[in-house]
Design a protein around this ligand. Structure first.
Ligand code: ZN
Ligand code: ZN
Length: 140
């Protein structure tokens, strides 16, 4: 698979010991696959994750999905005020530019603090994956 942004070969990497991603050694972005979701069935959703729309401002980009080559859509991910690209056509996964994952982690930590609950990065990431996946498949 190739990087949608710079076309370098993506390399499999175990992201912070949590799950596997395809990461770009050149621009340091990473691709998160939705087929990892088969392993995430036991994840329980927070109710607030479903309030309002999770993503908006959908626009088509020129960047190709590493799986199918269809153009990725850019979304604003509301919970973490984050722009990311996703394969809207076939729901293959989504792309994070370099440093965006750290911003998500920061936002997660802040939210967990506000809600006075224990912060579990792995569970939070899985919720993001699952939320994105459900959003994309529901639209069809
Ligand atoms: Zn790249
Ligand atoms: Zn795709």
């Amino acid at each position: 698979m190739n990087c949608p942004k710079c076309n370098s070969d993506l390399a499999k990497k175990f992201y912070k010991g949590m799950f596997e991603v395809e990461s770009c050694p050149n621009c340091r972005g990473m691709w998160l696959d939705f087929n990892e979701l088969d392993k995430l069935e036991d994840v329980v959703f927070d109710e607030d994750l479903h309030k309002g729309s999770l993503v908006h401002f959908q626009t088509r980009t020129e960047f190709p999905c590493p799986h199918c080559g269809s153009k990725l859509d850019e979304f604003q991910y509301r919970l973490y005020d984050l722009k990311l690209e996703t394969c809207a056509e076939n729901a293959h996964g989504f792309w994070l530019d370099a440093g965006e994952d750290e911003r998500v982690l920061e936002a997660m930590q802040k939210r967990a603090g506000e809600m006075r609950r224990k912060f579990n990065a792995e569970a939070e990431w899985k919720q993001i994956l699952k939320g994105m996946h459900e959003f994309l498949t529901k639209k069809k």
